[in-house]
Design a protein around this ligand. Structure first.
Ligand SMILES: [Zn+2]
Length: 127
């Protein structure tokens, strides 16, 4: 079942001709990450680009360092997380995705509409 689904998706991808590309740059700390967005037309390209629903993040919200990395991890063998992690103090801010579309990623914010940076908590790792 799983294989058939994958194959079908692959077929669909091959049929589609992506004529347009858009380059998006997101600055995370000192690094600039370049994303190439593809689509058949302007609508598709812009729709695709909106899946990266976050702004540049220049500094750690906890210690102010610009030594930030993009990090992806699998928690409890099933939850996929992408986060921005501070190399200096190990604080992180996690990307959420919308319920309507799990391909849309945004950075989690707190009640004050600030990025929801979380300080490193060793207790979490120990259990
Ligand atoms: Zn930091």
């Amino acid at each position: 079942m799983k294989c058939a689904k994958k194959l079908e998706r692959k077929k669909k991808q091959n049929l589609k001709t992506n004529n347009m590309q858009k380059t998006i740059k997101k600055k995370i700390g000192r690094e600039t990450h370049t994303f190439i967005i593809e689509g058949e037309n302007l609508y598709e390209v812009v729709m695709e680009s909106q899946k990266l629903s976050f702004n540049d993040v220049e500094k750690c919200g906890s210690c102010g360092s610009d030594n930030l990395i993009l990090n992806a991890r699998l928690a409890q063998k099933k939850y996929k997380y992408v986060e921005i992690k501070c190399v200096a103090c190990r604080a992180s801010v996690v990307f959420g995705s919308t319920q309507e579309n799990p391909d849309v990623f945004y950075l989690r914010k707190n009640d004050n509409k600030q990025l929801a940076w979380q300080a490193f908590n060793p207790a979490e790792i120990n259990g």
